[in-house]
Design a protein around this ligand. Sequence first.
Ligand code: ZN
Length: 299
Amino acid sequence: MQRYLFILFLSLLITACNTASKSKEAGVKRVVTVTIEPQRFFLDQIAGDAFTINTLVPPGTSPETYEPSPAVMIDLGKSDLYFRVGELGFEKVWSERLAQNNPNVTIVDCSAGIELMEGDEHGHGTDHADEHGHAHGAADPHVWSSPQAARIFTKNMVEALVREDPDNEPLYRSGYAKLADRINAADSTIRHLLQDAPSGAFIIYHPALGYFARDYGLQQYSIEFEGKNPSPSQIRELVDLARREKINTVLIQRGFDAKNAEVIAKEIGAEVFEVDPMTYEWDKELVRIATVLSRQRDE
Ligand SMILES: [Zn+2]
């Protein structure tokens, strides 16, 4: 394991050197770190190839259970900026450690100024933090599923870049303007798709679409209960509720359990779709989710 880590570290180092030497600038290409891929998508639009961008949580991995390797921590320490999503469990611990060990890294909370929702989608308020790092009663961290929140989220990103690198302000401002157009386009496409949605509610394994649901007047029900698989009686409750609300869609996600979702879907005659709110293609994925939710019953 140690040997593997060492090789990994070496190859990261070589990659970093290669990237730097390929840079058009005289100096070394600057490094920034983000937590999830949708943030890399946003940064690519805002800053083009001005930076080398590291993503902490690899695709297909749940940020709730993510544990970074030592090599990742070293890379993070070499960054000019670290863009945290905001309220994800591990980010708090990591940001504190980073601030202590690498005070030169500017930490940006991308969720600053967003009106946060409460965490537990089942509405059973308890105060303890579960093993996946969701502190119940704490804020729902999944702000990036909402185009409305994304406007604030990406504004936080561009302002941080301008503060860090004022010489390139025009580049970042124009990148941001194009990104804002893209966010607006996604928002209106989704709004149009969902205006005639047959059901105002959907079931999802892990409650990652709370802010999306809030934007478009939908109700999200999660199968996962306090970060764990539900009990048989909780499944029965959810099945009854799904029948009452005529829910025809059950969403599952990469990196999370699918068995319970399939059991519930079969029970209520709903279709199961896999979605990936952690994917790089942020706007395409949200439009795809809206397309799934907008389809008519019995098709
Ligand atoms: Zn989550």
